[in-house]
Design a protein around this ligand. Structure first.
Ligand code: ACO
Length: 324
């Protein structure tokens, strides 16, 4: 039996850090009132990284990929699959994954983007795992990369304070031992309107609305409910129980969602990885960024079982249960 294992993790964050204080001052200049107190109280976010105008998702993705390769001690030449999860690709096409492949100096393997917004990374990881287990690939880079700052309406204080930019990557390799224990993916398009960027380019201009819009309370309610159900479903599919979860990494949208999820699942707070305070919501990048932080600071060790859970626009959700 072929399985897939994570053999390296990496991440990339733009240099520029914007604290809530700085953001409040910038928004005040536009006549919008917000505060560190409001943002921390509602979301747990204290700061975010914001990409410079010349930085793209594929650049951040490439940086994160290089780190994952170097952590694994393998060269890019052995990679035969690249999946980039992003809703903020450099172009309509070619995909960010093809641009990453070019930047890594390799060619010939498969490369494509997945678009499942904040669930994109778990969608990509589940897809790469399926391709490795069926023999379609042997070594895969799965990357979440976003520059959400580009699709934020900086005149909407209800959304612009919530997001940040960054990328996280894992290197998956075919192995005789598991690795990825179980994955579950879901979507319900009936909720397409509670969180979206309903615009595109056509006819030489932008059609529709170029910025993210969100019904915050509706997203909150749905997120807490599906993160609970998909966690239980995925752990059960692996033939294990919630007691076997060493670490929970939910999508980093909001501290209150993270805490509510941990509480509902009966997992102690110290087993839930939290980076939303430092990174804000980086959409598809948030889970691999958090994974890389916890691997590098020594919390997540070889053999640990990690449950990663995404939830986001679409509406989409899913989870991947991994033994490191
Ligand atoms: N600063 C100050 N006040 C603000 C701000 C701000 N940045 N933003 C909104 N407000 C005001 C609103 O105008 C409103 O004022 P009003 O009562 O006078 O009209 C008040 O705060 C309350 O607004 P609500 O939207 O009801 O606030 P709520 O308690 O629901 O918190 C939040 C908003 C944080 C967005 C919450 O709904 C939430 O966390 N939702 C989940 C959404 C989320 O995390 N989205 C991330 C993307 S989705 C994903 O990744 C899955």
């Amino acid at each position: 039996n072929i399985h897939s294992r994570i053999i390296g993790t990496g991440s990339a964050l733009p240099e520029r850090v914007v604290t809530n204080e700085q953001l409040s001052r910038e928004l005040a200049e536009r006549g919008l009132e917000t505060s560190d107190e409001w943002i921390v109280g509602r979301t747990g976010i204290r700061q975010r990284h914001i990409a410079s105008p010349e930085t793209s998702s594929s650049m951040l993705a490439t940086q994160a990929a290089r780190e994952a390769l170097s952590a694994a001690g393998v060269s890019a030449e052995s990679v035969d699959l690249i999946i980039v999860a992003t809703s903020t690709p450099d172009y309509v096409f070619p995909s960010a994954a093809c641009l990453v492949q070019k930047s890594l100096g390799i060619s010939g393997g498969a490369a494509f983007d997945v678009q499942a917004v904040c669930s994109g990374f778990v969608y990509g990881l589940a897809t790469a795992d399926a391709m490795i287990r069926t023999g379609m690939a042997k070594r895969a880079l799965v990357i979440g990369a976003e520059v959400f700052s580009r699709i934020l309406d900086w005149n909407d204080r209800g959304t612009c304070v919530l997001f940040g930019d960054g990328a996280g990557a894992v290197l998956l390799s075919a192995d005789s031992r598991p690795g990825i224990l179980a994955s579950k993916l879901h979507a319900d398009g009936r909720y397409e309107n509670i969180l979206r960027t309903a615009g595109n380019v056509s006819g030489g201009g932008i059609t529709g609305h170029p910025f993210l819009t969100m019904d915050g309370p509706a997203v909150f309610k749905l997120a807490v409910s599906v993160l609970d159900s998909v966690a239980r479903e995925t752990v059960a599919a692996a033939g294990l129980t919630l007691d076997d979860v060493d670490w929970l990494i939910p999508h980093q949208a909001n501290l209150r969602i993270l805490q509510a999820t941990g509480r509902k699942l009966g997992l102690p707070a110290e087993r839930v990885i939290v980076t939303v305070d430092r990174h804000a919501n980086t959409s598809a990048a948030s889970i691999p960024l958090a994974l890389d932080v916890a691997v590098r600071d020594g919390r997540i060790k070889a053999g640990d079982r990690v449950l990663m859970e995404g939830v986001g626009g679409g509406f989409t959700w899913g989870a991947v249960f991994v033994q490191m």
